[in-house]
Design a protein around this ligand. Structure first.
Ligand code: HEC
Ligand code: HEC
Length: 231
């Protein structure tokens, strides 16, 4: 189990219908039980109890230095937080704090947050939307997007690129800045980023050429109806 700070039951107990007796059934547990087998990866009681209202103005200001107040970045090497899935944001903060992902200064920033602060901030930024820009037309999907089987990006990230709440809880990609997209794809391909559950992204990025990554980046940016930022 990669992401939990609080103990979560293993997924097999759900698929067989037998839960350990010691577990108390809480609201978070009930939400978790509604998920399909295997979804335990995405379950976390702290996240389920997140409250964006608890985030202080001071806290938002800290993140806003780089991510801006609304979580819509103006720096192409920084990801948007607005409209990203809360479960994904939360997992990344945990991964940075535990040095499972190298995000430069993000690691130190995340290490100073409690699990509850991470959850509250994740819920806050996830509740904001990534605005569309006028004059963007969606590009044709590259072959990798709709490919059948293990590698098809849409299978996990959704046809609309908004991510999917399933076994892998893949993040939204729509509207992601091109340089950031390329950087993380190369990091997965080259095995430098290893925080993906079951190595799914290292597998999906395997064998992609730079031109493939470039066209995937352009496609996903357009899918979010966003224009490329100057770089
Ligand atoms: C000094 C600039 C800076 C500050 C301050 C900062 N971030 Fe970041 N953040 C970044 C950069 C750069 C990245 C991409 C790092 C990488 O390559 O992994 C990032 C990545 C992230 C990610 C991962 C997003 C994704 O799509 O994978 C999350 C979540 C995040 N930041 C949340 C926060 C929160 C919450 C705060 C405030 C507590 C914060 N950041 C403060 C610069 C910053
Ligand atoms: C089997 C499921 C799966 C498939 C197939 C898949 N992904 Fe992912 N992807 C994920 C998951 C899960 C993550 C989050 C990993 C983590 O926890 O950091 C992710 C993360 C990413 C990220 C990083 C997002 C960020 O904010 O840093 C990018 C970019 C991405 N995927 C692009 C793609 C592309 C392009 C394809 C197709 C070539 C693809 N993915 C195929 C599951 C998948």
């Amino acid at each position: 189990m990669l992401r939990s700070t609080t103990p979560t039951p293993d997924s097999t107990s759900v698929s067989t219908g037998t839960r350990p007796l010691a577990l108390m059934v809480t609201a978070a547990m009930l939400a978790w039980l509604a998920l399909p087998p295997g979804a335990a990866l995405a379950a976390d009681a702290t996240l389920a109890a997140a409250d964006p209202q608890r985030v202080s103005a001071k806290q938002i200001k800290k993140c806003a230095k780089c991510h801006l107040e609304e979580g819509v970045t103006d720096d192409p090497e920084i990801p948007h937080l607005a409209g990203q899935r809360a479960s994904y944001l939360y997992k990344q903060l945990q991964d940075y704090a535990a040095d499972r992902r190298d995000g430069g200064r993000m690691n130190k920033t995340a290490s100073k947050l409690s699990a509850q602060e991470m959850a509250d901030l994740s819920a806050l930024f996830a509740s904001k939307s990534l605005p569309a820009q006028a004059g963007v037309s969606v590009l044709p999907a590259p072959a990798q997007v709709t490919a059948a089987g293990e590698k098809g990006c849409a299978g996990c990230h959704g046809e609309d690129g908004r991510g999917k709440h399933d076994k892998y809880d893949a993040p939204a990609l729509a509207g992601m800045p091109i340089p950031y997209f390329k950087m993380v794809m190369e990091a997965f391909r080259d095995g430098e980023r290893q925080n993906d559950a079951d190595g799914v992204m290292r597998e999906a990025a395997k064998g992609l050429g730079d031109a493939d990554i470039e066209s995937l980046a352009a496609y996903y940016l357009s899918l979010g109806q966003r224009k490329a930022m100057p770089y």
